[in-house]
Design a protein around this ligand. Sequence first.
Ligand SMILES: [Zn+2]
Length: 171
Amino acid sequence: MSSRDFICDPQSREDFRKFAKAIRRRYGYEKKLYFPIEKLFDQVSVDFDFDYELVDDIEFKSNEFAITVLNENKIYFKASLYEKAMNGDGFGRMTLAHELEHILSYKLFGIQLHRKIYPNDKAYKDPEWHAKCFGGELLMDYELTNELSVEEIVDKCGVTVDAARYRVYKY
Ligand SMILES: [Zn+2]
C-alpha cells in the first residue's frame, strides 16, 4: 500500500478521520464499532513493514508505555501495556493506535515525530496531537459513534471513559 491510497500529509481532524477510515476499510472493519487493533497488530506491522518489540517494564518510566523509533522502523512497547492491550484494555488499545499513527505518518507521508517548537505552533502541527487524533478516529469511528453515549462507546468500542468523553464532548 502506498501513500497514494491515503490523503497526503494529513493535518486536520477531517484528514485523520479519512486516514483512519482507510485503515478500517483495508481490514474490513468499516461498519464495525469495535476495531480489533490488538488482533490485527501483527498483520498491520507486516503490511506496513515495521517492527515492534516488547520491552521489560523496568526499562520504561512509570508513566511511559511505548516509544516509536523512526530510524529503527520500530515501536517498543512496555510488556505489561502490550499484554493488557491484547486482552482488550482500552488504554492499551489506544496506545497501539497512537504509535501506529507515528510510524505510518512517517512511512507514508515522511512526517517527523518530534515537534519543532515554535511559540505560535498550532495543535495541528504537533505530532502528538496527530497521533491522539488518529487513535480516537480509528477506535471510535465518527459516523458509527455519532448517536452513542459515553457508556455505550466505552462498551462497544473498547476505549477508556476519558477517550469516550473526549469523543462525545469535544468533537
Ligand atoms: Zn506519541
